[in-house]
Ligand binder design. Structure first.
Ligand code: GTP
Ligand code: MG
Length: 195
């Protein structure tokens, strides 16, 4: 997929700010600092359109990006960051509920997991939560550049098993650093978007 245009539409703090156009969208989900924004940037080949940071908690709003004027990528605040107050956690839960339960344009979610680690309880909960809404989930096992080639198979099987992934869902090894996995991710996304 050649990306000719990619722009931020809005950083939405609440539902009434979501774009109203009936165009399909793909949302990101994953732990804080796992590489959600980096995934978007690599897919669209822009260095920092979706803002990334080595500090967790950078993305705090639902950030809608329009790609080739055809679909939206939605960058979502991460979960699992320890230094978050109870109040902020509740607000996060409310934002997620409003979005994932109700968003008609949503076609699939890319759940970003660090290929080096066992999915956390939060990751497992998020996967089950998305399946509860009958959403297709692409599990992106990112930071592939950080493990040895010989470890890949074992890590991927472990992730698939721990999440108890459903057969319709795809597990995609990926690196935002090297671009590995990008073509498979595009193919899978385009089939969900029906583009
Ligand atoms: P929040 O918005 O805070 O939830 O974080 P995020 O999930 O959007 O993570 P972000 O994309 O900002 O990346 C966090 C850090 O991981 C940054 O320092 C990235 O450079 C690094 N990173 C992300 N993906 C990869 C990857 O595939 N390989 C390597 N080596 N580093 C990565
Ligand atoms: Mg981010």
């Amino acid at each position: 997929m050649k990306v000719n245009s990619a722009d931020i539409v809005i950083s939405a703090a609440s539902k009434k700010q979501y774009p109203k156009e009936p165009i399909p969208e793909i949302a990101l989900a994953g732990r804080s600092n796992v590489g959600k924004s980096s995934f978007i940037n690599r897919m669209i080949q822009r260095k920092n359109l979706a803002r990334t940071s080595s500090k967790p908690g950078k993305t705090q709003t639902l950030n809608f990006y329009i790609i080739n004027e055809k679909f939206h990528f939605v960058d979502v605040p991460g979960y699992g960051y320890a230094k978050v107050s109870k109040k902020e956690r509740a607000k996060w839960g409310e934002m997620m509920g409003e979005y994932f339960a109700e968003r008609e344009q949503l076609r699939a979610t890319a759940l970003i997991i660090d290929v080096r680690h066992k999915p956390t309880e939060d990751d497992q909960m998020m996967y089950d939560y998305l399946k509860h809404f009958e959403l297709p989930v692409m599990v992106i096992a990112t930071k592939l550049d950080k493990i040895k080639k010989g470890q890949r198979k074992k890590q991927l099987k472990m992730i698939y098993d721990v999440l108890e992934m459903e057969e319709e869902d795809t597990l995609i090894p990926f690196s935002a650093e090297t671009g590995e996995g990008k073509d498979v991710a595009w193919r899978t996304m385009l089939s969900h978007l029906k583009l």
